[in-house]
Design a protein around this ligand. Structure first.
Ligand SMILES: Cc1cc2nc3c(=O)[nH]c(=O)nc-3n(C[C@H](O)[C@H](O)[C@H](O)COP(=O)(O)OP(=O)(O)OC[C@H]3O[C@@H](n4cnc5c(N)ncnc54)[C@H](O)[C@@H]3O)c2cc1C
Length: 324
């Protein structure tokens, strides 16, 4: 019997959209009858999530309770998940390659001495293969995993979510796991809080990203870019030049040494399109470039481009959305 466990990420008690693509990938991989799809929930009321999880084919929902003061402690979360894996005989664990996944999955893999591939763009559980991009996206590696428990970190937004038809939907069994006793002697969370509003939409999970480069020219113009992003419900990204110039924090950098993103729409403003920048955003759906130089690399590697001053376009767009 195959048991696939999926770590569900939530935001304000709701399932983050990007989980549904990961569940779809797990479901597409399961053998018709004998596989159970487990959803592991640590941060939300499972009753609220039940219907959504069922509609994507989850058959068992595990409500993992942790002591309140340990909720944000990645060591405690990893310990609890390892015990859940053992208790429910999980052979395969899926999580997202997000900030949380990057903190959690390698810890679990190390503690279990189990194989892990992060940033997977596809997984084949029949052959135990994972596909992930390497060398700044120049090649796609196919990696074979073997072991009692296999772990996969799925790149957000790479698989389109598809829910199952209501008539084939089954009611998920609700299970509980008490992790209140778990503590960590090696790591203590001193403080946690909200990030800056314009970095709040997680880059890796965003549907729309508006990113700025050297052409945005300064920190003040990035504030204007952020205001436009807010209207588009988009996350703000940046090239390394913008980060190195101190206009925006590193957490906003897209590229080889920054975040890898796969939004539906990526708007590159005043970005030339270096190989290193492309390494982080080449799996985007539609790429729109705004640049004054028609010969910039990004102009021949995008779906649409505007040859113009990026700031003028941003201001016009913001005005349009303000009026609309
Ligand atoms: C090991 C290594 C790792 C790296 N990792 C990354 C990474 O993760 N991410 C990353 O981005 N880079 C990375 N880089 C840096 C990368 O090589 C480029 O230097 C960088 O991406 C260029 O940023 P840019 O496009 O903003 O600047 P530039 O290449 O200088 O391009 C600026 C563009 O803005 C246009 N422009 C100027 N004014 C305007 C205007 N008013 N309106 C519209 N357009 C305008 C110009 O025509 C030009 O095309 C890395 C480099 C190395 C060596």
């Amino acid at each position: 019997m195959e048991n696939i466990g999926i770590i569900i990420e939530t935001d304000n008690g709701k399932i983050k959209e990007t989980n549904f693509g990961m569940i779809t990938l797990a479901r597409d991989n399961k053998a018709e009858t004998e596989t159970e799809l487990f959803a592991f929930v640590m941060d939300a009321d499972v009753k609220v999530l039940k219907e959504d999880l069922e509609s994507f084919g989850i058959t068992k929902i595990v409500d993992i309770s942790l002591a309140k003061e340990q909720q944000n402690n990645p060591v405690v979360r990893a310990k609890a998940l390892i015990n859940v894996i053992k208790e429910f005989n999980i052979n395969t664990l899926f999580g997202l390659s997000t900030a949380m996944g990057k903190d959690l999955l390698p810890r679990i893999a190390a503690m279990l001495d189990a194989p892990l591939v992060m940033d997977c763009i596809n997984v084949d559980l029949e052959q135990n293969f994972a596909k992930t991009s390497q060398y700044s996206g120049k090649t796609i590696a196919t990696i074979k995993l073997s072991g009692d428990v296999l772990l996969f970190g799925i790149r957000p937004n790479t698989v389109a979510p598809v829910n199952i038809q209501i008539k084939t939907q089954t009611l998920a069994e609700m299970l509980k796991f008490d992790g209140e006793e778990f503590v960590s002697s090696s790591l203590r969370v001193v403080k946690s809080g909200e990030t800056d509003k314009n970095i709040n939409i997680n880059l890796a999970e965003a549907d729309v990203i508006i990113a700025g480069g050297r052409g945005i020219q300064n920190r003040e113009n990035f504030v204007i870019l952020s205001q436009c992003a807010e209207k588009l419900n988009a996350a703000v990204g940046a090239s390394r030049v913008a980060v190195d110039s101190g206009w925006v924090p590193y957490s906003m950098q897209v590229g080889q040494t920054g975040e890898k993103v796969s939004p539906k729409v990526y708007i590159a403003c005043g970005i030339s399109g270096s190989i290193q920048h492309f390494a982080g955003m080449k799996t985007s759906g539609i790429v729109i470039a705004i640049n004054i130089d028609e010969n910039a690399a990004i102009m021949s590697n995008c779906d649409y481009y505007v040859k113009a001053d990026a700031l003028n376009i941003i201001l016009e767009l913001t005005k349009l959305f303000n009026n609309g």
